[in-house]
Design a protein. Sequence first.
Length: 338
Amino acid sequence: MTHERIASPRHPLRPLTRGLLAGAVMTASLGIAGTAQALELRFGHGGTEDTAYHLGAERFKALLSEQSDGNIDVTILGNSVLGHETEMFEQQMAGALDISIINPGLITDFSPTANVFSIPFLYRDEAHWQTVLDGEVGRAIADQITAETDVRVLAFYGGGKRQIVSRQPLESLDDLAGLQIRTNPTRPLITAWEALGADPTVMEWSEIYTGLQLGAIDGLLNEAEWIHRMRFHEVAPHIGLSEHDITVRLLTLSQATWDRMDDTQREQVMTAAAESADYAREVQLAQDAEALDLLVEEGATLHEMDRPTMMEMVAGPLEGVIADMGLTEFHQMIVNAE
């Protein structure tokens, strides 16, 4: 699958941009900085060149070069050349890598707060998701993850809408009963899908296609882009439009890097981060929609799911799990975000 690079005009700063700048450079004394010293930043990520990861990184690099008059250069190291996302995050914790894009579900051992993004049916819709990430709620969560890991969350990438992929038709919620669904081994996900009648199953990512072929699993939860990339629809052609999650990815910066920057550089990095996040999310949402169309063209069948009923069914069981994980306050902040 190929994706055209999306041209996007520079946007006025959104609330996230303003919130990020206010929270991160509160102590900056604007206009007092002396002659800027050249800065070289290494930006690692796990995406290929056609993904929103890489396109967002390129936008970040260009914005930062422009704002710093070429005094801040970014070397982009994509396609997991520096290791898995967890390994890159550990490199940031150790001060050996400057910037990376991280799935919050992979750093919950370091940040219990990052678990909040694994709660299904967290967002009412795309607009609510944007409001959470761009507002005070997103900033509060970012600051807490930063406090727990000593790695700064600069902004939020993401935008893949997660659906149900199934070997069997999904004509109603009754069809979820007993369905063996491969899922990540997180308590909120397992609790939710058990409440919906499914049988959550843990399986290595590399084994999913064969598992579907052999009937070891009946389906999985994934975004359209990755369903298409991995060709899962060839062996599981039914896609239930649950939209039970919209992915969030963290654009992160090593504290050691932050400490060696002056106030002007910090402001430039934060501005570039927020603007590149706007762009990367637009790219990801567009790629997600394009991939869903491609899946239909290639024979997949889409099934509308009763999301309001699904949300009602999981609400009670999830409440206890969320409380046990110490996430009630953040969860309520997200739910109540307008």
